[in-house]
Structures are given as C-alpha cells and as structure tokens.
Design a protein around this ligand. Structure first.
Ligand SMILES: O=C(O)CCC(=O)Nc1cc2ccccc2cn1
Ligand SMILES: [Mn+2]
Length: 242
C-alpha cells in the first residue's frame, strides 16, 4: 500500500490515452466527429511520415480501388484520385506506422470499455481493417462526396491520421468537408494537418468529400468494426455468394 502523499505515477502515455479517450467518447456522442491535434508529437509524427514517404518513393502505392464502378472507365478517374497501400503495420520499415496503429487501437478499445459498460455509441468494437495509407498526388486529385459505410458492412468508426506539414489550405486545397446528418446546412471543415487525428461515425451520418488537392496529401485511415453489424454483414455475404 502506498503512503498517502505518494500517487501511483501512471506513465504519461497511459494518462494521455485516457484523456484522448474522454474527448473521443464525449465528441462522438455529441457531434459524431472528433479531432485531436498533436496526437503522436513531432518526433514520432515525423517518423511515421518518413516511412510513408519512403514507401511512396519506392512506388509501392497503387491507384485507389474504386468503390463504385458507375459509367465507363475514363470517368472513374474523376471519382477519386488517391493512390493507396494497405498495411498491417508489422511490415519491414513500418514499425512507426505500427506504433501509430497500436495507439489508435488503445484509444478505441479503451473507449469501448469505459463507455456505458463496454459500448461506444452503442457499438461493441471487436476489430478493424488494415491501415490504408493514401496519397493524393496533388494535381487537383480529390474524392467525391460519399459515405464510407452506406450499407451496414460492419464498419462503425473511421479514424484518419494526417501527415501534411506546413499545409496551407488556401494554397494547397485538400480540405476534408463532412456534412454531418442533423447539422442542417452546417458542415465540418477539417484541414489535413500534420499529426492530427480525426474520428467519425462511418455510416450515413457523415457523408464527406476531399476537395481538390494541389500539393501531395498523405493520410492513414483505419476502420473499426462493430461486432454485431460485422457478423450480420458476413452472414449476408455468405448467403449471397452461396
Ligand atoms: O483523406 C481524407 O480526408 C478522407 C478520404 C476518404 O474519405 N477516403 C476514403 C477511402 C476509401 C477507400 C475504400 C472504400 C471506401 C473509402 C472511403 N473513403
Ligand atoms: Mn471516406
């Protein structure tokens, strides 16, 4: 038992995770959107950026998988101009990306536990996608207004970590505009700033678009699954493909 004047000094990472987790729970419940700046700090943020730049310069990114194949091929390019690579963070030369992923996991899983007995926003989160590292090459590349999970595929929270230093939204564009349902004609304009992390509900509550970017724009996205919705989606998928 510790003497009364000595407090168990929890390491500051744990306290940091707790604090961010409070913001996430409160803001997701209130707004369905949450933004946290200085998520990793300059040194770790730069280490993640350098790993992304290294992979991009090594030509490992592919053209974004198209989420909807409306019309002929040439207008598909107009749906999204990003280039992507999927990572689980354990790859060689990705240990800092791996550290980022585990930090986001820690916040989501703790929020899951802390909030009304094991649910955040009535979800029970039990998994996530790999990390999708995206680059908008910057010749006006953009992403049209869309919903991440329009048809209950199981994804409930989108988490996006931005890596863009000295980003000037007027010069460089690339604004993420969210049109939160129920906000009437209000929008949430999120600048893709270095070491900023954004959380939002992945479903129809948050249609969003990336406006044309005129400078290379990097982001790392994770989607977290709700156990129930994911199971139902998988069962549906098995039935359909049977
Ligand atoms: O970079 C940002 O600020 C957000 C970009 C964005 O919305 N990306 C995105 C990427 C996607 C890739 C596959 C399937 C669905 C997807 C939905 N959204
Ligand atoms: Mn999206």
């Amino acid at each position: 038992l510790l003497p009364p004047f000595l407090h168990r000094n929890r390491n500051n990472l744990e306290e940091f995770i707790d604090k961010i987790c409070q913001y996430v729970i409160r803001d997701m419940d209130k707004y369905g959107v949450c933004v946290v700046d200085k998520f990793l700090g300059m040194e770790k943020g730069l280490a993640v950026l350098n790993e992304v730049l290294y992979m991009y310069s090594a030509g490992l990114f592919e053209d974004g998988q198209l989420v909807s194949n409306k019309g002929s091929t040439n207008d598909l390019k107009t749906i999204r101009g990003d280039q992507i690579i999927w990572l689980d963070g354990k790859e060689h030369q990705c240990q800092n990306i791996g550290m980022l992923i585990s930090r986001v996991d820690a916040i989501i899983m703790r929020a899951n536990k802390m909030h009304n007995n094991g649910k955040i926003g009535n979800y029970t989160i039990n998994g996530r996608t790999k990390a999708m590292v995206a680059c908008y090459p910057g010749h006006g590349s953009h992403y049209v207004k869309h919903v991440d999970n329009p048809n209950r595929d199981g994804r409930c929270i989108t988490a996006i970590y931005y890596l863009n230093r000295d980003w000037d939204i007027k010069e460089n564009g690339g604004l993420l505009r969210i049109f939160p349902e129920g906000w009437r004609d209000q929008v949430a304009d999120i600048e893709p700033l270095f070491d900023r992390i954004l959380f939002f509900w992945s479903d129809r509550r948050n249609p969003h678009e990336v406006q044309p970017a005129y400078k290379t724009r990097y982001a790392i996205t994770l989607w977290y699954f709700d156990a129930e919705e994911r199971n139902q989606a998988c069962r549906r998928y098995q039935r359909e493909s049977a």
